[in-house]
Design a protein around this ligand. Structure first.
Ligand SMILES: [Zn+2]
Length: 147
């Protein structure tokens, strides 16, 4: 755990996303965004231990990563009717390995598709209630998909 890491704060429970924790496994956490989201069901997948980036993940973590991402994408489709999901990893700002799993819906406007979702304006944001409802549905579906 790193003292000045927002992701470690989510793992330790010091910071709680409005949508809460969507899924916890022995190695990873999947949670809603801490900031307002333009796309309900947008989650971040990150290892529970502080790893700077993918090159610091253990063989066990690397082996779990793919199936876990697939499980979340499947849950976004099943529970939220997403027609596609983006996997986006940048790591310029947050130095704790993470992967954005961003749903794209039938009605997602062009200016929120792909990496443009990161440039969403305040007027594009879903309400906290909407974001929380989507995260809750996703959490239930993730449990189902994993069984
Ligand atoms: Zn961290």
């Amino acid at each position: 755990v790193s003292a000045e890491c927002v992701e470690c704060d989510v793992v330790s429970g010091k910071k709680t996303p409005a949508g809460g924790i969507v899924l916890e496994t022995p190695l990873f956490l999947v949670h809603a965004l801490l900031a307002p989201t333009p796309l309900p069901g947008w989650v971040v997948l990150a290892p529970k231990r502080h790893a700077r980036w993918w090159w610091e993940l253990s063989p066990d973590e690397l082996a779990a990563l793919g199936p876990l991402a697939a499980r979340v994408f499947e849950a976004q489709r099943a529970a939220l009717d997403a027609e596609h999901g983006y996997a986006i990893a940048l790591g310029d700002q947050l130095h704790h390995m993470h992967l954005h799993l961003v749903p794209r819906y039938k009605g997602t406007p062009a200016h929120l598709r792909g990496r443009l979702a990161f440039d969403a304006k305040p007027g594009d944001m879903a309400s906290d209630a909407e974001a929380a409802a989507a995260a809750k549905k996703l959490a239930l579906a993730c449990v189902t998909e994993g069984s």
